[in-house]
Every structure is written in structure tokens, then in C-alpha cells.
Design a protein around this ligand. Structure first.
Ligand code: C2E
Ligand code: CA
Ligand code: CA
Ligand code: CA
Length: 290
């Protein structure tokens, strides 16, 4: 039941490296990585399109192997899904992310001038959730428990579910997604525009955000078609009362375009690359000083 559409356009640079490397780890390799805490998390900032204020971060899993180098997330996530290791992986990812996020609130000291523009308790953290994770009936309780332990409000945590995933079985998804929403978690449809979901189904599911797939955003500068898709997703989000996010924003001209059509949130290399927790803290300081 693990279905994912593979897009062949605009592969990230890392993907090319991976192809050259030709190391495709096995389920045993992944187990070794999980047992030895070799899976780390990076954070990529999201900013308000209007005010440029920091909104929060998306958490991205990283696996850096000593001898073989970086393993692509797209590859090892699918491996984890197939080999029933995704619950462990997701758990390790959100535990690390929440630990960092809780610490961040202390680093961004309420007495410093930074809070004039940013209240740490208003920042959000987006975690990617696989379709397989959604089959775990206890996920809402487990995530809530982790929030309580780290002193984070569920309202600060957004769960990103890919469009194809969410639409695989909308009736089945409705229950678990509703329970997560009732606990207070934000729910984003990731990679929006790549699946073929019916708008009627979409409107019934309790999502709070639409995330435009980066394949459109990355090609929008040179493609009228991509621009048209981007604009219609932003319009759709508005009419459904959802927050719109553009990821893969690489250029200033794309930023300007997204601003002109009223997109809410931006994420991409034009703002920052995914970074380690430490680098993210430095980035925040610099961002508000410049
Ligand atoms: P995604 O959820 O769509 O994540 C965004 C991807 O876009 C990330 O790739 C990020 O590094 C990349 N990106 C961000 N800004 C730009 C940009 O301006 N240009 C370009 N070219 N790329 C940009 P990454 O980290 O390689 O992750 C790939 C996918 O792997 C993610 O796509 C997500 O589907 C999956 N993934 C990553 N971490 C996790 C995780 O912890 N759990 C699950 N279930 N999936 C994860
Ligand atoms: Ca995502
Ligand atoms: Ca995405
Ligand atoms: Ca994706």
C-alpha cells in the first residue's frame, strides 16, 4: 500500500551525487543506523511572505554514512516504509526535533530584543509523517505525550502528509487526521499538485495548510504553466481558509511573484538551506540582525 509518485523533473543536486555513489543501503544498514543514532535532523526556516518574519522550521531527516557519504532521504524513507522501520525512524526524528525546539525557546531569550519581532512560543515546527505512520492508531497520543514531555504545544507542531498519501484512502485517513487535529496539531498537505485528489475529498479532510510542490516553484521563473499551477493552489488555499506555503523558493523573482499572488509562507534555498540545529540558531541571530 506504500504508493509514491516519482517525479523526474528537477532532481535535487544531492540526488545526482547519490547516483554517482551507488550505495543503496539495505534494511540491515538502516537498522544499524537507527540502533546507533546515525539518523540526524536538519531544520529549514519558513518565513512569512509579507512580513519576512520567521514562522518556523521544517524538520528533515539526514543519514550521513561514514564511508558512503550522505544517503538521500527520498531513498531511505521509502526503504524504512518497506521494511517496517518507519515508526522507529519517525519517532527518532520527532524526539530529536522536539529536544532542539524546546531548547531553542530558551536560546531565543525573552529579554533580548529579538522577541520584539519573534515570540519563540509562536514558532512552529513541521514534521514529515509517512502514510505508514498514520496506520499507527496511537500516533496522536504518542505525539501528544512527546509534546508534553518537551513542553511544546501541539499547536506548534505541523504534520506534513504528502498529497498522494492523504488521498490514498480518504475515508480511512479522515479518522486519524481528525484525531490529530483535535489534539491541536496542524496538518499540511505536502507536495500539493502532484497527485490527482478530488477537491471534494480535499475539502472534507481536516487540513490546515497546503504546501505547493517544489517542482512547480523551482520551474516557475521560466514556465507559465508552473506559475499558473502555483497561483491556482494559492487561490484554492485562500478559498478553503488554509495557509499556503511555497517550498523550493530559489530566486528573488519567485519570491516577488509569490508575494504578488498572496502566498502566505516561503521556504527554500533563497531563504536558507536545511541546517543543523546549531547552525539554525546562528542563522536566526544573523537573520534578525541584518
Ligand atoms: P519534502 O517533504 O518535500 O521536503 C522538502 C525537500 O526539498 C527537502 O529535500 C529539502 O532539502 C528540499 N528543498 C528545500 N528547499 C529547496 C530549494 O530551494 N531547492 C531545492 N532544489 N530543494 C529544496 P530532502 O531533505 O532531500 O528530503 C526529500 C524528501 O524526503 C522530503 O521531501 C520528504 O518527503 C522526505 N523526508 C525527509 N525527511 C523526512 C522525515 O523525517 N520523515 C519522512 N516521512 N519523510 C522525510
Ligand atoms: Ca515536507
Ligand atoms: Ca514537499
Ligand atoms: Ca516529497
Amino acid at each position: 500500500f506504500v504508493k509514491r509518485d516519482r517525479r523526474h523533473s528537477s532532481l535535487p543536486k544531492e540526488e545526482t551525487l547519490q547516483e554517482k555513489n551507488q550505495w543503496f543501503p539495505s534494511a540491515e544498514d538502516l537498522q544499524h543506523a537507527l540502533d546507533n543514532d546515525l539518523i540526524d535532523v536538519h531544520f529549514q526556516p519558513k518565513i512569512s511572505c509579507d512580513s519576512h518574519l520567521l514562522i518556523g522550521f521544517e524538520v528533515l531527516a539526514r543519514w550521513q554514512d561514514e564511508t558512503h557519504g550522505a544517503v538521500l532521504p527520498d531513498y531511505f524513507i521509502q526503504l524504512a516504509e518497506r521494511s517496517h522501520q518507519i515508526d522507529t525512524l519517525t519517532h527518532q526524528v520527532y524526539e530529536q526535533a522536539m529536544t532542539w525546539f524546546a531548547r531553542l525557546s530558551k536560546v531565543v531569550n525573552p529579554n533580548q530584543s529579538m522577541t520584539l519581532v519573534m515570540e519563540p512560543e509562536n514558532l512552529t515546527m513541521a514534521i514529515n509523517i509517512s502514510v505508514v505512520n498514520l496506520q499507527n492508531r496511537n500516533l496522536p497520543e504518542e505525539l501528544t505525550e512527546s509534546c508534553v514531555q518537551h513542553g511544546i504545544k501541539p499547536e506548534q507542531v505541523i504534520l506534513e502528509v504528502t498529497e498522494t498519501t492523504a488521498m490514498d484512502n480518504p475515508t480511512e485517513m479522515l479518522d486519524i487526521l481528525t484525531r490529530l487535529r483535535i489534539k491541536g496539531f496542524g496538518l499540511a498537505i505536502d507536495d500539493f499538485g502532484t497527485g490527482y485528489s478530488s477537491l471534494a475529498q480535499l475539502a472534507r479532510l481536516p487540513f490546515s495548510e497546503l504546501k505547493i510542490d517544489r517542482s512547480f516553484v523551482m520551474t516557475g521563473d521560466s514556465s507559465l504553466e508552473s506559475k499558473a499551477v502555483i497561483k491556482s493552489v494559492v487561490d484554492l488555499a485562500k478559498s478553503l481558509g488554509l495557509t499556503s506555503i511555497a517550498e523550493g523558493v530559489e530566486t528573488d523573482s519567485m519570491r516577488t511573484y509569490l508575494h504578488s499572488i498572496g502566498c502566505d509562507i516561503l521556504q527554500g534555498f533563497a531563504i536558507a538551506q536545511p541546517m543543523t540545529g546549531e547552525d539554525s540558531e546562528v542563522w536566526i541571530q544573523n537573520y534578525y540582525q541584518s
